[in-house]
Every structure is written in C-alpha cells, then in structure tokens.
Design a binder for this molecule. Structure first.
Ligand code: ATP
Length: 213
C-alpha cells in the first residue's frame, strides 16, 4: 500500500496501535474489536475503523480485526526491522532520564550518542550511551539523522542551526523554544510544562462527568 495515502493524523496513531497490538499478540489474542481497542487506547472507535480501513483491514461485525494481519502491516509501515539511530543533545535532568530510558521497548529507535557543553559530562557513559563534548557534534554525528533536544531554551536555536548544516532530517524538541528549521527538517515539539499546565487547566475548567461519560 502506498504509505503517502495514509493521512498524517492516522500515521501519528500508528505507533500507539502497534504497541497495543503487539501486547495482544504476545498474550496470544488473535482478534480484537474496535471497541476493545478504543477502550484501551482512548481513541474513539469510529476513528479506529476509519484508520484501519486505510491499512486495508476490514473488521467483521462480531469478529473484529485480525491481530496478526495488522501487526504485519504495522511492522512493514513503521520499518520495525530498520533501526533508526538517534543523538541526544543536552544531558541535564531530562536528557539523563532519556538516556537511561532509551526507548528500549521500541525496537526500531535507539539513542546511540549524546552531547553536552559541560566538560565534566563529556567522556562519560550514561545508560550505555557515550557522552561527547558538543564541539564534536559535526565529526561524531555521521549518519545519525534524528536528534532529541534537551538543552536550555536559549541554546535550542543555535544547536538547531548546527544540526541543519549537516543534513539532519528530524528533531524531537523538548525545550520550550519554538525553533526555526529549513523546509526539509521535520520538528516535533513536546513542551512538557505546557502539557502539564494544559491538563491542570482542563481539569479546572472542563471537569469530567463523575460517571465517566
Ligand atoms: P533539564 O532542563 O534537562 O532538566 P537541567 O536543569 O539539569 O536540565 P539545563 O540548564 O536545562 O539543566 O541544561 C540541560 C543540559 O544542557 C545541561 O547538562 C547543560 O550542560 C547542557 N547544555 C547547555 N548548553 C548546551 C549546548 N550549547 N550544547 C549542548 N549542551 C548544552
């Protein structure tokens, strides 16, 4: 199937579907209904049915979706067999946590190197990942095409400019800074403080009904 035909919003949910179906498969489940999926991953079942129709998976009433078929599709689409190496820049509190976590449950992404401006951190090894001085960025990055940014906000743009100069293709930006990139670099921005504030705001102003409906 032509991957370009999957809408971006659907594509963003792929890893979520993949993780859940992988768990089901490991538990030996052969079929899953859109209702079960919906309850588990909190995406409404109409959206799930629409998404799955893009994957060529047609759920049968009272039967559900074939878990193995979907997993096969997701593996192909998400290139699970191909490892994407990632660099992390800024080994502070958040960066250190990511190095320890290292997305071990995703078998297709791995942080393989980290950089920091602090001489005391350069040369160390955190969670099995070597930390280099930021001066070595260009010479060390090699084929690594994805970076996680966990530097202070005012360092985000200068570092991004350096990354852009050698053909990086993706940045996962955890800093509060909005960064400007050339057209060929995709940036996904996760501002944890904003997300948390937004949750608290919604809890205050849009309280959920007690019965959960
Ligand atoms: P965090 O924000 O992750 O909780 P922190 O509060 O420990 O971290 P910050 O001041 O946010 O520290 O800095 C994050 C890390 O980024 C630090 O380890 C710092 O040395 C590093 N850093 C600062 N400037 C740069 C830079 N230009 N290049 C690479 N690393 C940098």
């Amino acid at each position: 199937m032509d991957q370009n035909k999957i809408p971006q919003a659907t594509a963003k949910r792929l890893p979520l579907y993949y993780r859940f179906l992988n768990n089901l498969n490991q538990q030996g489940k052969k079929r899953v209904s859109s209702k079960e999926l919906s309850d588990a991953i909190k995406v409404d079942s109409a959206t799930i049915r629409r998404d799955f129709s893009y994957f060529g998976a047609l759920g049968k009433k009272g039967y559900g979706y074939n878990v193995e078929y979907l997993l096969g599709f997701f593996r192909k689409t998400l290139d699970q067999d191909e490892l994407t190496e990632v660099a992390l820049i800024g080994v502070g509190n958040l960066g250190t946590a990511f190095l320890h976590y290292n997305f071990l449950k995703n078998n297709n992404t791995k942080i393989v190197m980290a950089f920091d401006a602090d001489q005391a951190k350069a040369g160390s090894d955190i969670g099995g990942v070597p930390v280099y001085h930021i001066d070595e960025l260009e010479e060390r990055m090699g084929n690594v095409s994805v970076a996680i940014l966990t530097v202070p906000a005012d360092e985000a743009q200068p570092i991004t400019n350096r990354l852009a100069d050698f053909g990086l293709s993706g940045i996962l930006n955890f800093t509060p800074a909005r960064i400007t990139v050339p057209a060929w670099i995709r940036v996904h921005h996760i501002d944890l403080a904003v997300e948390l504030q937004s949750l608290v705001y919604f809890l205050k102003h849009y309280p959920l009904e007690q019965d959960g409906s």
